[in-house]
Design a protein around this ligand. Structure first.
Ligand SMILES: *[C@@H]1O[C@H](CO)[C@@H](O)[C@H](O)[C@H]1NC(C)=O
Ligand SMILES: *[C@@H]1O[C@H](CO)[C@@H](O)[C@H](O)[C@H]1NC(C)=O
Ligand SMILES: *[C@@H]1O[C@H](CO)[C@@H](O)[C@H](O)[C@H]1NC(C)=O
Ligand SMILES: *[C@@H]1O[C@H](CO)[C@@H](O)[C@H](O)[C@H]1NC(C)=O
Length: 236
């Protein structure tokens, strides 16, 4: 136990991405580079989750989130989650979401993730007018802060806090070398006209997902895992 708490000190010499970033003990239990995944570790970035070329997904066996960061400033996110609606408890919306781009570790401790434009998501909304569709996802995401702790059992654990301070479920390190798709736009996208109002940012073209569908095995169990499961930026 005692020894474990000293490990961060030994790893203090980290490659700095920016001049003014101060890696303190709260960040550098291990570098942020690598692939991280929540809970059951069923979701991972990389070729096992998304096929951006034809905008399909490989559906994981369980919900979760995965983030990867490489040393050249690229990130990738894979998310599979369910959103419930308190007033319509039977209307459980399933979301498969994939995005990648470049990230900046800001001097004030925040992280900004700027997408390449080829991100997309599939929404299954049993109560929606269109119950199953695919749309572009190109939101820039700000994380207020982040921390990495060494868990005596599970090793490095990444905590990300969203723009409003809401925590993303803690993520374990799947590998110190990131498992990512090629770090460039992977299909042709025409830049959307920058919307004047942020409320317009979801006016993406929706198209029916057709045959592509998934059936959550245990919906009851999944409802329990709602909440901080993944980032709230997926709210429709
Ligand atoms: C999409 O691309 C992947 C990877 O090339 C392929 O395995 C899959 O069959 C394709 N799916 C469709 C519906 O075209
Ligand atoms: C929940 O369902 C109600 C009724 O269908 C709808 O008006 C409301 O916008 C939904 N809330 C969310 C967060 O989706
Ligand atoms: C850090 O700076 C960015 C950009 O100015 C800002 O959006 C973010 O809220 C700041 N983070 C904190 C923790 O103040
Ligand atoms: C995606 O977002 C980035 C950052 O805001 C922007 O530069 C880019 O043009 C957007 N791409 C598309 C296809 O909208």
């Amino acid at each position: 136990m005692l020894l474990t708490s000293f490990v961060p000190l030994l790893l203090a010499a980290l490659p700095a991405l920016g001049q003014d970033i101060k890696y303190d003990l709260a960040h550098n239990a291990t570098p942020i580079f690598g692939t991280w995944s929540t809970g059951s570790k069923a979701v991972s970035t990389g070729p096992g989750f998304a096929n951006p070329l034809n905008q399909t997904f490989i559906y994981p066996t369980n919900t979760g989130c995965s983030y990867s960061f490489d040393e050249d400033g690229h990130y990738e996110i894979a998310r599979y989650r369910f959103n419930s609606n308190g007033s319509e408890p039977t209307c459980i919306t399933g979301v498969m979401n994939w995005v990648h781009g470049t990230f900046d570790l800001l001097g004030n401790g925040s992280i900004v993730m700027t997408p390449f434009g080829d991100g997309y998501q599939q929404i299954q909304d049993p109560c929606g007018a269109v119950s199953n569709f695919i749309e572009s996802y190109n939101d820039t995401e700000l994380y207020q802060s982040w921390r990495i702790f060494l868990d005596p059992q599970d090793g490095p654990k990444l905590h990300l806090f969203q723009f409003d301070g809401t925590p993303v479920a803690p993520m374990f390190q799947l590998s110190a070398t990131p498992n990512m798709l090629p770090t460039q736009a992977l299909r042709n996208v025409t830049p959307a006209v920058q919307p004047a109002l942020t409320s317009q940012k979801r006016s993406f073209e929706k198209r029916n997902a057709g045959e592509r569908t998934w059936t959550p095995a245990g919906l009851v169990g999944l409802v329990v895992s709602l909440g901080t499961a993944c980032a709230a930026s997926l709210i429709l």
